[in-house]
Design a protein around this ligand. Structure first.
Ligand code: ADP
Ligand code: 5GP
Length: 209
């Protein structure tokens, strides 16, 4: 039997650089990045089904009632959720899946799926975080303030995660995450079955990558 893929959860305050780092990671390796559903309105350039599945509130609630989400949370006044079926299918097929989600959502996933890899992205400073959110130019003044105020509380949750990565330079932070993933694949406690592939007679691929 094949080992399951990793569920890699990338989380942290808004503006820390989660989206930027995930994009950089995907360029380097073939991960599957889960596309979340949200009731937030699309920003300029966002594509339905690619950036998010943009849903009306009623449809989102309908999916909650049908147990369609691995987790969902209300973040800055909108709903966000991770579609369950697609994530489970890929992990069971042995593919590694990345979730880029907020802190409440990450903690819910950790309760139900503790074998996930939980990575917290930290900004180099709160001043830099503010600059980045402003620089992104995507928020109204009110939304900016809300995101920034939440960030002060959210930073304390870093202790619930397995890893903390400071995003000072995108390349450096991305490299650290790649290294974390390599280490996680080598963890002996992830071997569910025999170390030798019964058909091929070889040691499982993950141990000599
Ligand atoms: P998040 O997904 O955590 O909300 P983003 O990836 O959207 O954050 O990044 C917020 C803003 O900061 C973006 O404008 C992005 O280009 C910028 N940014 C991300 N990482 C860095 C970095 N290491 N140095 C400078 N700017 C960055
Ligand atoms: P944004 O509006 O900037 O795209 O995202 C706002 C916040 O929601 C970010 O912290 C982002 O990581 C988080 N988020 C995106 N998708 C999900 C999801 O499926 N579940 C949860 N809990 N948070 C999400």
């Amino acid at each position: 039997m094949m080992n399951k893929g990793l569920l890699i959860v990338i989380s942290g305050p808004s503006g820390a650089g989660k989206g930027t780092i995930c994009k950089a990671l995907l360029k380097k390796q073939a991960f599957w990045l889960s596309v979340s559903a949200t009731t937030r309105k699309p920003r300029n350039g966002e594509v339905d089904g690619k950036s998010y599945f943009f849903l009306e509130v009623d449809e989102f609630k309908n999916r909650i009632s049908k147990d369609g989400f691995l987790e969902y949370a209300e973040v800055y006044g909108n709903y966000y959720g991770t579609p369950k079926a697609s994530v489970q299918e890929r992990i069971n097929r042995g593919e590694d899946v990345i979730l880029e989600i907020d802190i409440q959502g990450a903690l819910k996933v950790k309760e139900n799926y503790p074998e996930g890899v939980f990575i917290f992205i930290l900004p180099p400073s709160m001043e830099e975080l503010k600059k980045r959110i402003i620089g992104r130019g995507s928020e109204t003044k009110e939304s900016l303030l809300r995101r920034f105020t939440s960030a002060y509380k959210e930073i304390n949750y870093v202790s619930k995660y397995n890893y903390a990565v400071i995003n000072d330079e995108v390349d450096k932070a991305t490299k650290k995450i790649e290294n974390i993933i390599v280490a996680e694949r080598c963890r002996v406690d992830r071997i569910k079955d025999n170390i030798i592939d019964s058909k091929e007679g070889t040691v499982y691929e993950q141990f000599y990558d």
